[in-house]
Design a protein around this ligand. Sequence first.
Ligand code: FNR
Length: 187
Amino acid sequence: TTYNIGFLVGSVSSTSINRRLANALVKLAPQANLNLTEIPIANLPFYSADHDAEIPEAAAEFKRAVEAADGVIIVTPEYNRSVPGVLKNALDTASRPWGQNSFTGVPSAVLGASIGQIGTALAQAHLRSILAFLDSPDLQQPEVYLQLSEGLITEDGEITNDSTAEFLLGWLRAAHAHFELHARSNG
Ligand code: FNR
């Protein structure tokens, strides 16, 4: 089965290396029977409880996209040893109003790239605990902590190293199995 997967990029930088990684995943995904479509987060207003009474249209659209997906992949950098604010804002937006958490039961898979050796490990650890609270089963293994050296992935998502391409394809196949395991009967 081919699954329709939404993806979030936790960086709005015009030179984002995580955007490069996401572009690479989009290209590899068909080989793992996944169809990846971005769910944009850059246009979301800062979440406020004031929105609960009347959800802003951008937030409502974002929530609908998460709910409609067969699963969500989150590609994120690590900022100051944690999840970037722009991504946390998107997750907070999806989680509310209380009782209308869009991530409930939606399976997820996280990965990230950094320029340093830590490879977003701490950001992903924080992200996994957020997803646990949001009741989104997330892929446990394999983990991807990618140190993105200059030239490893081109801007349009071409991977220049065969073993990295194999590794990421293997991860996408594991993600497919995870989405299958948690496939929701209501779509
Ligand atoms: C960083 N960077 C970083 N890297 C890391 O491995 N651990 C960290 O805690 C941080 N903290 C951090 C904070 C802020 C505000 C910035 C701007 C950067 C470096 C980071 O890995 C690098 O800038 C990446 O290029 C960020 O990913 P994107 O935005 O290019 O996808």
